[in-house]
Design a protein around this ligand. Structure first.
Ligand code: GTP
Ligand code: MG
Length: 327
């Protein structure tokens, strides 16, 4: 039908609630912290919820070191997911910064989502770490029993009993973050617990961290895949140069190692290891950016950086101040 000057427009206007507290459309928005033991599948779940590979995932425990934000806006609801490092026993300064990041996300959360690897039954270490982290949580709590594609029924039931006994207010969901089973139902339940309020991000955004962060993380993910033993845990990556006005985009990433001897391991015989790292990382970064990339990798020693407060600060970590170094 052609537009008619006399027709009355009966369409409901799209809400423009971003940052507009005067909007009369009731929107809900809030922070949902994904917490749990290392390797539970928190980052896989974040990626499944957002529909993009935002947070790095590997089979090794302690992959995530810093908070990663993923945004989902559906109809009148905006979920701001905070992926966090695993709840671990912090032994060095890096691990204390990691644990601190998880605990801070819990403090900021409007809703908490505890993610559990249900392929094995609860252990005393699980119980201790989870309960001490959740002790002060007063917001709605959901528990995702993850990996149901692999988890035996007995382990799932043991977890359900444990959660009912220890975290009686929690709502339990069975999911597979890997294949998406149960994730939509979980997301709908989380939406119901969001507080009313205006959207905090534009509706189309899925991430809030800088592109440089994701690029450095993709190199670190590739290091987790290609290197073993202590190397993945001794390395941190930072983007030093990012020139997107040129084609291909020029990106320089510095790979910091803890000891000089690790530099040789990263470079490998005749540079074979660093070449393989560069090729696989570049492919991931190109996919992420949707552009051709020239990736320039540099390996530099930063002595014992995991234990050095100043270095950790330079690399963007926050070590809790009130913590004693001899802890
Ligand atoms: N079978 C199966 N594997 C899963 C599922 N979710 C995650 N995984 C695997 O579990 C491993 C750890 O996943 P991550 O998402 O990195 O776990 P995380 O909790 O973020 O781990 P940290 O960052 O180390 O704390 C990876 O190998 C994932 O592929 C699932 O639903 N089913
Ligand atoms: Mg993770």
């Amino acid at each position: 039908m052609p537009p008619n000057a006399y027709a009355i427009d009966l369409t409901i206007p799209e809400p423009d609630a971003v940052g507009d507290p005067t909007s009369d459309v009731t929107t809900r928005a809030g922070y949902v912290a994904l917490v749990g033991r290392p390797n539970a599948g928190k980052s896989t779940l974040l990626n499944q919820l957002v529909g993009e590979h935002l947070s790095i995932v590997t089979p090794k425990a302690q992959t995530t070191w810093q908070r990663v934000t993923g945004l989902v806006t559906i109809e009148r609801d905006q979920l701001i997911f905070l992926d966090t490092p695993g709840l671990l026993e912090a032994r060095d300064l890096l691990q204390r910064a990691m644990l601190g990041a998880a605990l801070r996300a819990l403090e900021e959360a409007d809703v908490v989502l505890l993610v559990i690897d249900a392929t094995r039954p609860p252990s005393s270490a699980d119980a201790e770490r989870i309960l001490s982290a959740l002790e002060t949580v007063r917001v709605p709590l959901h528990v995702a029993l993850n990996k149901i594609d692999e988890a035996p029924e007995t382990a799932l039931e043991q977890w359900e009993t444990w959660v009912r006994e220890q975290l009686s207010a929690a709502r339990i969901h069975r999911i597979s973050a890997l294949d998406g089973g149960g994730v939509e139902g979980l997301q709908n339940a989380l939406r119901e617990d969001l507080p009313p309020g205006p959207f905090l991000y534009p509706e189309d955004d899925i991430a809030s961290d800088p592109v440089r962060f994701f690029v450095a993380e993709l190199v670190r993910e590739t290091i987790f895949e290609q290197f073993h033993q202590e190397i993945p845990y001794s390395v941190f990556c930072q983007v030093e140069a990012f020139r997107e006005a040129q084609d291909p985009v020029y990106i320089q990433v510095v790979v910091y190692v803890e000891r000089k001897s690790q530099k040789g391991m990263l470079i490998g015989k005749k540079g074979a290891a660093i070449r393989a790292l560069g090729e696989a990382s570049r492919a991931k970064i190109e996919h992420f950016l949707g552009r051709s990339v020239y990736l320039d990798l540099w390996v530099k020693p930063l002595r014992a950086w995991r234990k050095n407060r100043a270095y950790l600060g330079q690399l963007g970590f926050r070590v809790p101040e009130d913590d004693s170094e001899n802890h």
